[in-house]
Design a protein around this ligand. Structure first.
Ligand code: ADP
Length: 160
């Protein structure tokens, strides 16, 4: 089955995430962007806010869906009959974490595999945390995120 999930914190979704999503839709006919709670990260946006922004950002992309899950990604995947996750890889620093997570997920469910797509060079240093920091300090993040996210960030940090 050519369906997959793209799990992550997406706090907030960036153009780097969207680039991975668009390219993955060239491989899979349906891709669910799964907003997952990371217990080690205090989120800036609530799950509802993230879902709203993502829904708007992916509205023009046939086959793209959004959902959320509080728990193990493999549990969500198994419940929905999805055996594949998509993840993005930036610089070498992403590799070790992604490698251990992919192997851990497969030891939790042997049928579950992870497909990695390399970042587009211009998004190599783009992360949600950099976007949050720049925006908090009043910087313009229009080149990093879709317009709906840029607007929400300005509201969140009280910038005009
Ligand atoms: P998580 O907390 O699960 O790492 P993120 O939202 O930070 O969630 O990232 C989700 C996925 O998207 C990860 O696989 C990450 O490597 C990838 N990703 C994040 N930013 C980029 C980017 N600029 N280019 C390519 N992949 C990215």
């Amino acid at each position: 089955m050519d369906i997959a999930i793209y799990p992550g914190s997406f706090d907030p979704i960036t153009l780097g995430h969207l680039n991975i999503l668009e390219r993955a839709l060239g491989i899979f006919s349906e891709l669910t962007l799964l907003v997952a709670i990371n217990p080690n990260k205090e989120p800036l946006f609530s799950q509802e806010e993230s879902m709203e922004m993502i829904s708007e950002a992916i509205s023009g992309l046939p086959g793209a869906k959004v959902d959320f899950h509080n728990g193990l990604t493999v549990d969500y995947a198994r419940e929905h009959g999805i055996c594949t996750a998509v993840r993005g890889l930036r610089a070498v620093t992403d590799f070790e974490h992604e490698f251990s997570m992919a192997l851990t997920n497969r030891s939790l469910w042997a049928d579950f595999d992870t497909v990695f797509l390399m970042t587009k060079a211009e998004y190599m240093y783009l992360s949600s945390s950099v976007v949050r920091q720049v925006s908090q300090m009043g910087g313009n993040v229009a080149q990093f995120v879709p317009p709906c996210v840029e607007r929400r960030l300005r509201e969140k940090f009280g910038h005009a």
